[in-house]
Design a protein. Sequence first.
Length: 94
Amino acid sequence: MGKRTAKIRLTLPEMILRDAQQYGYADLLLHKRLVVGVSGGADSLALLFALLELRDESDRGALHVAHVEHGLRSAEGRADASFVEDMARTQGLE
């Protein structure tokens, strides 16, 4: 019988860090001022929370959230903007 090798499953933050290290962006990702575009959707929120998980408390102040409400989706767009603003505030982000 052939050998089975166990697959190592990485979390999203671990995958992001691995790729950042591979391409030489780990210092930027972990310690430098970084603006994250957050729409309020699942993918951008997942990225933001992964970055929060990766960063030390002392480096979280250099992480900023940006959201653009273009005014094209009326109440739905305003609700997204309000949600992102509230979420950032609860995480201690600007």
